[in-house]
Design a protein around this ligand. Sequence first.
Ligand SMILES: [Fe+2]
Length: 428
Amino acid sequence: MSMNRREFLKKLSVAGLAIPALLGPSACVAPVVGTNGDTGLSHGCLTGEVSPNGALVWVRADPGSRLLLRYGRNLSVRPDQVTAEYLVDPSSDDSVIIPLDGLEPGSRYHYRVEVVGKTPGPAASFVTAPMPEDQRKVTFCFSGDTRETYKPFTVMDAISAQRPDFFLHLGDTIYADLNGAAHRLEEFWAKYRRNRDDYATQRCFAETSVYALWDDHEVANDYMPGHPLAPTGRKAFFDYWPVRRPASEPERIFRSVRWGASVELFLLDTRQYRNPNRSSMLGRTQKEWLFETLAKSSATFKFVGTPVPMAGGGGDRWDGYPKERAELLRFIAQKKVRGVSFMSADLHCAAITKIPGSGGLIDITAGPLGAPLNRITNSAHHRYEFFLAENFNFAKITVDPKADPAEAQVEFIDQDNRVFYRRKIIAG
Ligand SMILES: [Fe+2]
């Protein structure tokens, strides 16, 4: 270990992370040679919250495991680049989140997790975000809605095949209220374990980092703030998805992510701050944060991730909060915020919606990754530029900052890797 205890704890508190058990130097135990069953790891690894210089790696292992992570840039895992040792946390279902920092921007990193005394786990990798001035091309995929009875999630292999810089899950990462409703924390954890057991998901997460948002089914269908299971559902979500949170706001899920010169993501929490009496979907703090960060963003394209669609019909979606939606669209128009598009899931179909009253902005709705298809929605509705509820799918966005005029390509892709709709967005 290259860090002393004080430096290590300081780094963790700066990152706003819970401090895991810090262990003294371990007795050196020769690794057992054998199959992956000898690694002590379960459910693969997941890299989340990638920034230009850092990432959070989620791992789950046998109870009581001590583990560390060896990593390296570009072609190999370097045995001498190693984290401190961590102890899996029984209060987080024997998972632990390992922060990596001091990384090089815009680079692929490889890593292995090693449970002390066991065979090192399989190699995994991810790409760090480029710096805001970096003009390189950016590709990412997004979708939502993973219901356990629809496993295997073979569409995840199609996402891997696209080699995106990262993947965004826009919510309904589990269906806590269906197929055996979860009430206790252990039951919520079991839902996440069953979805993370999926091999296509594990293959995808082994080479693509993830940002995750939640929607209603992480707690209960169409749940509202004050729901008795909301704190339990949120705890389980944080136990299975790494989310960078300010130390002063441990329940916060909304955040922004910058990815090079061309892309900034604004990831919204459209669940835990709702107040229908005030026609507010976002709550005051999040709304003010969104307005401020959108207005000051220098990214060519600003993608706003909203788990529920901007105009998908129904009171649970933005159609139930027309006043705040109008306020947001008015703000974008009046402040002349350019290059804004919305991304959503929840509708269980692929769609491009022309948002009414927005002056031509669109909402790109993708999914489901694995859930019932929504064939009921009126596909002939005039709001839809495109609508298809025939396959499990995701959207792929490619932005080339060097194109003139600046443009983003949107592609809908199905589980067989077929592109079934394509269009461009001009930043304006
Ligand atoms: Fe869903």
